[in-house]
Design a protein around this ligand. Structure first.
Ligand code: SF4
Length: 355
């Protein structure tokens, strides 16, 4: 273990790393497992709460580890039970994350948290509020995991049985541009002695970072992959998702085909449709683009957005778009609820909840 601040950040350390660090400090190895469980499973926020660790040992530990917390700045509750949290990081930066549909009866056993992976974002998608402010910095593994832990801690104050079951990496930032930290965060969340969230219950969403999609296929952490596609035409996608200028559709889809071939997993393509893009022509192009690929398409009709002049497409147009894709053997989900304009793409939550 090296000696950087990040490496000693309590929430970002695996059980093995903690055990090694304890040995180095002259403490018993099992202290590492105890600390790991307090931090990652019980989501405690202070050394004092670690009841089975003696005061002397806690003092030693507190001198050598940093235990940075996320400070809750604001919590908003939407009518559909969704809770949005704004947290302040120790360096003063802020991030947001969302607990989806917490109070919906049908969602009672499924608690999904959408986490951020960066402060700001360098990609600059046309419809994204996060991208407007530019890139600030990457989040550390502890800060990524910390969002799930803080939400767990907060909700448990009123619901002691609460447990996060699913995580989507779709908040602020492009997850694949903070690849190592996201992967480490995934492994921490997956740990059976921690949150124990199944790999298949976690999804990374990308704007199309081809290099890392290939790396993800190679590392194959069994998580889901969602790609913000939005258009099957380079000229259009160049405008919506500037990542397309670096990796045009031909490269993106080739990487997706390789990813599916290597992992055997289906990729979800997120497609936000506005009046001008929900056309039969675009649907046919998309069907052609995705032909033979293990793909699922999520069609998301946009709500009117004043700044962009985007209008919600007519229902008939959406159904036609969906039929064309299905006719080409592609499974499709059509999202129709209020407020789901472009929230499934990474970074859309800021806009949806009115920041
Ligand atoms: S949509 Fe995602 S990748 Fe695009 S600018 Fe927003 S946060 Fe970045």
């Amino acid at each position: 273990m090296n000696n950087t601040m990040e490496s000693l950040e309590l929430r970002g350390l695996s059980e093995t790393e903690l055990a090694k660090a304890c040995l180095k400090l002259g403490l018993k190895r099992f202290r590492g497992s105890q600390i790991f469980q307090w931090v990652q499973d019980k989501s405690v926020r202070t050394w004092k709460e670690m009841a089975n660790i003696g005061v002397k040992d806690r003092e030693v530990l507190a001198r050598h580890f940093v235990f940075p917390l996320l400070e809750l700045v604001q919590e908003q509750r939407a009518a559909d039970g969704t809770r949005k949290y704004l947290f302040r990081l120790p360096d003063g930066e802020t991030l947001e994350c969302v607990l989806m549909d917490y109070e919906r009866v049908q969602a009672r056993d499924r608690h999904t948290v959408c986490v951020s992976t960066q402060v700001g974002c360098a990609v600059g998608c046309a419809f994204c509020a996060t991208g407007l402010g530019g890139f600030r910095r990457n989040l550390s593994p502890g800060e990524i995991v910390g969002q799930v832990l803080e939400i767990t801690w907060l909700v448990r104050q009123e619901d002691p049985e609460f447990h996060v079951t699913n995580v989507v990496f779709m908040g602020m930032g492009e997850p694949l541009l903070n690849y190592e930290s996201v992967l480490k965060g995934i492994n921490l969340l997956n740990s059976s002695k921690g949150q124990n969230i199944g790999m298949r219950r976690m999804t990374i969403s990308t704007s199309g970072e081809v290099f890392r999609i290939r790396e993800l296929a190679r590392d194959n952490p069994q998580v889901g992959l969602a790609v913000s596609l939005h258009s099957a035409q380079d000229a259009v996608r160049d405008q919506l998702v500037p990542m397309n200028r670096k990796y045009p559709l031909v490269e993106l889809i080739a990487a997706c085909r390789d990813y599916s071939a290597i992992t055997g997993r289906r990729i979800t393509f997120e497609v936000a449709l506005a009046e001008g893009t929900a056309t039969a022509d675009e649907a046919r192009r998309m069907a052609e683009l995705l032909k033979g690929l293990l793909a699922h398409v999520n069609l998301i009709p946009v709500n009117p957005v004043a700044e962009t002049g985007m209008k919600r497409p007519q229902r008939e147009k959406l159904l036609e778009f969906s039929r064309i894709l299905e006719g080409a053997g592609i499974t499709v989900t059509l999202r129709e609820e209020r407020g789901t304009d472009i929230d499934a793409a990474c970074g859309q939550l800021r806009r949806r909840y009115g920041e």
